[in-house]
Design a protein around this ligand. Structure first.
Ligand code: AMP
Length: 392
């Protein structure tokens, strides 16, 4: 019980403030009432992606998303006390300003009764995710339900706290939004953006490997998201297809910030028995690494998108050895431009890796993505489409 009390007080201390307020159309501020645990709430109703859903013919589940565009409650920002964000590698950032835009008519606290729960969307290690709709506004979201006792026994309370703290500060079309959280005695609920087309990993397994134009678009979107993250001194540290969801228009959404900034990733190691995405500078648990680790993972991701498997896939000890040596081969069917980008990303010396800005200008990206669209449009002008589009 003591642990649960700690967990509760930990959640109570979380401070949230949307720093991307220029993306918000209307804003209402709700104060946290004393003793409430429903502190971190930031709901954006009218994002570009949801509005555009109006134009599409959608299956019933996705029709709900359309309502986000029309019925969403404005944006809710809760922001209060000072907190310091440790962004790793010496970066510290103080989240101070309590920006109050307008006064609410009444305070709002989230609780389960405010949501209509729909079908299960998936199951993670610590809980289930459900499609949900906020009753009053019709706002459609994904509700992640985490069981406190499992978080405690899995020793991941800090990770979840970190995930909430970081993700609720982020607002980018290629990063899964965390709108807020609340809890009851046994569970913690995360109110997440609904990613209509599910896991990228499943798309990749189904298609075996992506055609170059699609891989290039996904990578350009990853670059846009990483530029945004790195500007905020946030390293994701766990980039891999399993942690990427696909939005209603086939656009990618980076999710799972549990390991970002906080700790070296060893999840694939513990869960799947591979170290495929681990950058060489993290191999020996080295303490010194920078956001350039995400560039290495981007190289692994590019390779996996194009080849259907990670470049260092092998028995665990061999994988480590091969990563340390940068020992991989690009298959013959990969274009010379794509191969060049992979080779510029999978560079052992982090400082010598190609930068995100340079990737945007790389011939492979320019060949497939319309400049300035962050990978959202092909050179031909067609919008991003995923395998699910072709099936529907
Ligand atoms: P997680 O616990 O985050 O690993 O989520 C478990 C599964 O639920 C994922 O693999 C997805 O299939 C699904 N899922 C999680 N979050 C969302 C979301 N925001 N939108 C749609 N599906 C999701």
């Amino acid at each position: 019980m003591a642990d649960l009390a700690n967990l509760e007080s930990a959640f109570e201390r979380i401070t949230v403030q949307d720093e991307n307020e220029n993306q918000l159309s209307t804003t209402t501020v709700y104060h946290k009432s004393k003793g409430s645990l429903s502190t971190a709430v930031s709901v954006t109703g009218l994002s570009a992606s949801t509005t555009a859903a109006n134009r599409m013919k959608l299956p019933s589940q996705q029709k709900l998303a359309v309502m986000n565009a029309t019925k969403a409650a404005g944006n809710v920002i809760i922001s209060q006390s000072r907190s310091t964000e440790h962004t790793g590698h010496g970066h510290r950032r103080t989240l101070t300003e309590s920006v109050l835009y307008s006064q609410p008519s009444s305070p709002k606290q989230w609780h389960l009764g405010m949501f209509e729960i729909g079908k299960p969307l998936g199951k993670g290690k610590f809980g289930h995710v459900y499609l949900a709709k906020e009753r009053v506004t019709g706002f459609v979201c994904a509700l992640k339900v985490l069981h406190k006792d499992e978080l405690v026994s899995g020793k991941v309370e800090k990770l979840v706290r970190r995930e909430i703290e970081i993700q609720s500060h982020l607002a980018h079309p290629n990063i899964l939004r965390l709108f807020g959280h609340f809890h009851d005695q046994k569970r913690v609920f995360l109110i997440l953006e609904f990613a209509g087309k599910g896991e990228l990993y499943k798309h990749l397994r189904r298609e075996q490997r992506f055609p170059e134009w699609k891989a290039a678009q996904y990578i350009a979107q990853m670059v846009a998201a990483l530029k945004y993250l790195h500007k905020k001194h946030v390293m994701h540290r766990d980039i891999k297809p399993e942690n990427i969801l696909v939005g209603i228009h086939g656009e990618i959404k980076i999710s799972d910030f549990g390991w970002s900034v906080h700790a070296p990733n060893n999840r694939r190691k513990t869960m799947c028995g591979t170290l495929d995405y681990l950058p060489p500078e993290m191999l020996n648990g080295a303490g010194h690494y920078s956001e350039k680790i995400d560039l290495w993972s981007l190289g692994v991701l590019t390779y996996e998108f194009l080849c259907g498997e990670a470049p260092f896939e092998d028995a665990q000890a061999m994988t480590q050895r091969r990563i340390a040596r940068g020992d991989y081969k690009v298959p013959h069917y990969v274009s010379s431009e794509a191969k060049d980008l992979i080779q510029r990303l999978l560079v052992l010396d982090p400082e010598k890796r190609i930068s995100l800005v340079e990737i945007e200008q790389h011939p492979w990206i320019l060949k497939h993505c319309k400049a300035g669209t962050g990978g959202m449009e092909r050179v031909s002008g067609s919008k991003v489409r995923s395998s699910a589009d072709r099936e529907s």
